[in-house]
Design a protein around this ligand. Structure first.
Ligand code: MN
Length: 241
């Protein structure tokens, strides 16, 4: 084991292992989820300066911040959805359960054509035909290139003329497959949530939240830089705030 850790540190130090930051910058422009108006709403991120080498504190710079816990790149714990309400909160998830192999599903072309595209079992089986079975404890990452829209909240939300948000997501069938036929830690997406923009109209509504969290699995949202990962071979270390 000592050898494994030494090789890891050596690999990182010598550049044989590349470390990729999958997180988006958190600031006042970070796109946030907006729910229908009858529901409670999350607040935009706010940074409040405490002092900056000035009368309020001559030798130091620091800030307070105010934000929703569901803002920017974040971890969806199982207990964040009603089907998982008796399961783990972010603080009770064992840290070892936040680290797992990355299974990167490239849906970029498809999402360019159709913003409502869903990750299906066929995508997962196609990946498996090249790399073998999805390993136990994997993070399945939907690479959609949606992160390229992050700086433009309107484009990220992609409201259609029907008033609905057209954003890719995870199908019910894929969530069933990943929790019943395979044993994943969870899914990661480049969009604001793990479910599609139209998922409120699906059966069940928000199937990925419903199924994944009900089965004690997690979600990672607003990821970026997935294009820097190989389809197989990377490891995700998910560090929640
Ligand atoms: Mn969520």
């Amino acid at each position: 084991m000592q050898d494994v850790l030494s090789s890891l540190i050596q690999g990182i130090g010598q550049g044989q292992i590349t470390v990729v930051d999958l997180t988006q910058l958190l600031n006042a422009n970070t796109p946030i989820l907006e729910l229908p108006e009858q529901w409670g709403q999350t607040i935009p991120f706010k940074l409040k300066e405490i002092s900056r080498y000035d009368d309020r504190g001559p030798g130091w710079y620091w800030n307070n911040f105010e934000t929703g816990e569901h803002t920017g790149t974040h971890l969806d714990s199982p207990s964040h959805w009603v089907t998982g309400k008796d399961r783990d909160t972010v603080d009770t998830i064992p840290p070892s359960s936040l680290i797992g192999p990355a299974v990167v599903i490239n849906m970029t072309e498809e999402c360019n054509q159709n913003p409502d595209a869903l990750l299906t079992p066929e995508h997962l089986l196609d990946w498996e035909s090249r790399h073998g079975q999805i390993p136990t404890g994997a993070w399945v990452l939907a690479r959609t290139n949606w992160s390229s829209r992050f700086a433009d909240a309107d484009s990220y939300k992609n409201l259609g003329t029907d008033g609905m948000s057209h954003v890719p997501g995870i199908s019910k069938e894929a969530a069933d497959f990943m929790t019943q036929q395979r044993d994943v830690l969870g899914v990661g997406v480049e969009t604001v949530g793990t479910d599609a923009g139209l998922a409120g109209t699906f059966d069940p509504p928000f199937p990925n939240h419903n199924i994944m969290h009900g089965a004690g699995r997690m979600g990672l949202t607003s990821l970026t830089n997935l294009d820097q990962l190989p389809e197989a071979g990377a490891v995700v270390i998910a560090l929640p705030l």
